[in-house]
Design a protein around this ligand. Structure first.
Ligand code: ZN
Length: 376
């Protein structure tokens, strides 16, 4: 059993000043004060919060796309870069050519750096295969990473229908989808590549096979994805740069809006209206979208962007990277410091939550605890 005494604790729901947390692999107790009834190894620190849950990444791929920066600076947009033979097609080619071992090595290094930045649970999507065979190969690599890194981070696999290389690809995916069932937790579709009807067909089939559903939507235009996601019972709906804020007004059960400010930052695009969506009471999640076009390994950087560029309040940002990130993955046992929750804990470099946000571009994580064990 171990105890942390801290100047401020964020539990996932509230701030507690002068608090203690006692844990083994799960949280045993927490509260105000020094927890004097528990005599065990004790550490005294500043601001403590749950381990970060990065609920949207494309962390498994080969190569890099730094050459696109000049094009982006010239004002070229995602679709133009794609048409010029760069973009996702470049990564698909690089990934196809590379060996499994090398993709594993590059992806593992990225995930290790995300751990250094405080991530204790990470969703990882396939999506750079673009044939069923290649996507299954990438899913196999994600499964290997999950096993290799299980003491340091939990990896949640998602199968992503990313681009439609030719007419008929949707039918192939539907025909062979049962090969993925039971291997990926979620099925996700990039709606702007597949269009409304094919997206709906894919998600309906995935639902019938027992997948949780996710949806990439409204990144470049409002394409009605939020209403579709609600109708089909998606767990999360992601990107939402062009979504009308009103879409999140409904009080009925709704998908978790997952916002990806680093994507806007890296592509010089507007930011999703995170502050307004959170103000409606929607459980906004925040994630890195780690991919070759948005090479962000740090949830701390995402937190700073959400606060300074989306004007989200610190409480909403911190919830977005912990509790609501877990909700976006249907995980009830983490993203919070609560009795019985997994002991995934970040000891930050900050004195309190305001201090956490007042410094940016700095190291935010002093120590990281995964399932009760110190990992950094
Ligand atoms: Zn994405």
């Amino acid at each position: 059993m171990q105890k942390i005494i801290c100047r401020e604790l964020f539990t996932g729901n509230e701030f507690i000043e002068d608090a203690f947390v006692v844990f083994e692999d799960r949280i045993i107790d927490l509260g105000r004060g020094r927890g004097e009834q528990y005599s065990c190894d004790t550490t005294e620190v500043g601001f403590v919060m749950p381990g970060f849950v990065d609920s949207h990444t494309h962390a498994v791929f080969a190569g890099s796309r730094e050459r696109e920066l000049e094009m982006k600076l010239e004002g070229k947009r995602y679709m133009e870069i794609l048409k010029a033979g760069y973009g996702i097609n470049r990564t698909v080619e690089d990934t196809k050519r590379e060996s499994d071992d090398e993709i594993l090595r590059e992806s593992e290094a990225r995930i290790e750096r995300a751990i250094e930045h405080g991530t204790t649970t990470m969703e990882v999507k396939t999506g750079y295969g673009i044939t069923m065979e290649q996507e299954l190969r990438l899913l196999g690599i994600i499964e290997k990473l999950k096993r290799r890194l299980e003491d340091r981070i939990d990896i949640i696999p998602t199968f992503l229908a990313h681009i439609k290389p030719y007419e008929g690809y949707t039918d192939e995916l539907i025909e062979h989808m049962d090969a993925v069932a039971g291997r990926a937790e979620f099925f996700d579709v990039f709606m702007e590549a597949f269009g409304y009807d094919d997206t709906e067909r894919l998600l309906r089939k995935a639902k019938s096979l027992g997948f949780g559903l996710k949806l990439h939507t409204d990144e470049f235009s409002d394409c009605g994805g939020v209403a579709l996601a609600r109708r089909l019972g998606c767990v999360s709906v992601d990107h939402l740069i062009r979504s009308p804020v009103d879409s999140f007004k409904s009080v009925e059960a709704q998908p978790v809006p997952c916002l990806l400010p680093a994507t806007s930052f890296s592509s010089f695009e507007p930011y999703a209206r995170g502050a307004e969506i959170a103000a409606l009471g929607a459980p906004v999640a925040l994630a890195t979208d780690m991919n070759p076009n948005c090479w962000c390994e740090s949830m701390g950087f995402v937190a700073d962007l959400a606060c300074y560029c989306m004007r989200m309040k610190p409480m909403d940002v911190l919830k977005g990277m912990t509790l609501n990130g877990a909700r976006a993955l249907s995980l009830k046992d983490r993203g919070q410091i609560a009795k019985g929750a997994m002991a995934d804990i970040v000891i930050t470099t900050a004195k309190n939550h305001a201090d956490f946000f007042s410094k940016f571009g700095t190291k935010k994580v002093e120590r990281l605890i995964k399932k009760g064990k110190v990992v950094i």
